[in-house]
Design a protein around this ligand. Structure first.
Ligand code: SIN
Length: 280
C-alpha cells in the first residue's frame, strides 16, 4: 500500500495513511516520510497501533533521539517523556505558549513526536504556526528589521529554579525536573535557513528567546513581543485535533507549537520523543 498524503488545507500539516508504524519501516518509506515531512512540517498518522517500542523504533528511523533535559522519562525508557494532565489537575496548562522544542540547546532537536495515549473527547488541540510562512509574508523592509539578528536562548523562564515549572509549581502530574542548568544561554540566528531545505523562517520565539545580541534587554523584549504576535498570526496556524491511536511528528525548524485547553474534567496523556538534530 502506498503513502497517502492529505494536506490539512491550513498553513501546514498533512494526514498520512497507507503506512503501518507499528512495524519496522524500510529505508524507502523512511526517505519518503522525511520528504513529505519537509513539505508539510507537521504529519499526523491516524489509526496506528503503536506502543513505546514502536515509538522508539520510529524515532530512531527518522533521525535518532534528541537530548531531553528537565523531564524524567517514563519508567523503563530513556527517551520517552509523558505529557500528562490528570482529570482533576489544577496546575496551569503545560506548554501553553508558542515555542520550538529545546531551542536553547547548542544542537536543538530537528523534530518531535507525540503519540496519543489518552485523548479527551473534547479540547486539548495542539496548535502549530508555520514560520516560513511568517517570514515570507513580510515585505523586504520588514524583513530587514530581523534579517541579521542573533537571538539569545535560555530555558530559565520555564525550567529555572524560579521558573514556571520551578519550585513554586505544585501538584503537577508531569514529572518535570527544573534546575540550575536552565540558566545557561545559547545563541542562534533569529531567521536561519532550514538546514535541509534552505528555506528561511523564524526560529523559536519569546520565552525560550530571552534577548537579542547587541540590543538592550528592554528593546529586545519589545521587538520579540511584537514579533511573537506576528509569528502566531491566525493565517500561519494549523490547529491539530487529536484522535486516539494517532502519532504526530513536527519539524521544530519550521514551526512553533503550543498546547491548548478545553478538556477540564478529562485526562490527557501523550508520549513524547525528540528527533535529533540533522547531521546532513
Ligand atoms: C508540547 O509542547 O510538547 C506539548 C504539546 C501539547 O500538549 O499539545
Amino acid at each position: 500500500m502506498g503513502l497517502r498524503v492529505e494536506p490539512s488545507g491550513q498553513a501546514c500539516g498533512a494526514r498520512i495513511t497507507g503506512v503501518d508504524l507499528s512495524a519496522p519501516l524500510d529505508p524507502v518509506t523512511v526517505a519518503a516520510l522525511r520528504r513529505v515531512w519537509l513539505d508539510h512540517h507537521v504529519l499526523a498518522f491516524p489509526d496506528q497501533a503503536m506502543d513505546d517500542d514502536a515509538l522508539e523504533r520510529f524515532t530512531l528511523a527518522l533521525g535518532g533521539f534528541g537530548e531531553d533535559p528537565f523531564f524524567a522519562p517514563v519508567p523503563g525508557r530513556q527517551h520517552i517523556a509523558a505529557i500528562r494532565r490528570e482529570a482533576d489537575e489544577q496546575t496551569p496548562l503545560f506548554a501553553e505558549n508558542w515555542h520550538a522544542d529545546w531551542s536553547f540547546q547548542a544542537r536543538p532537536p530537528a523534530g518531535t513526536c507525540l503519540l496519543a495515549i489518552d485523548i479527551p473527547p473534547q479540547g486539548g488541540d495542539t496548535l502549530f504556526a508555520n514560520q516560513h510562512a511568517a517570514w515570507e509574508a513580510l515585505c523586504p523592509a520588514e524583513q530587514a528589521r530581523y534579517d541579521h539578528l542573533v537571538a539569545i536562548h535560555s530555558a530559565r523562564l520555564p525550567y529555572g529554579p524560579d521558573g514556571t515549572y520551578g519550585a513554586r509549581d505544585k501538584g503537577r502530574s508531569m514529572d518535570i525536573r527544573p534546575g540550575e542548568s536552565a540558566l545557561a544561554v545559547q545563541s542562534h540566528p533569529l531567521v536561519p535557513a532550514h538546514p535541509e531545505t534552505g528555506r528561511r523562517g523564524f526560529y523559536s520565539t519569546l520565552g525560550y528567546i530571552v534577548g537579542i545580541e547587541d540590543m538592550s534587554d528592554a528593546d529586545a523584549i519589545d521587538l520579540l513581543a511584537e514579533l511573537q504576535t506576528w509569528q502566531g498570526d491566525e493565517r500561519f496556524v494549523y490547529r491539530h485535533v487529536w484522535e486516539p491511536d494517532m502519532l504526530v511528528m513536527w519539524d521544530n525548524r519550521s514551526v512553533l507549537h503550543k498546547a491548548s485547553g478545553g478538556y477540564e474534567g478529562y485526562r490527557r496523556e501523550l508520549h513524547r520523543t525528540t528527533i535529533a538534530a540533522w547531521n546532513g
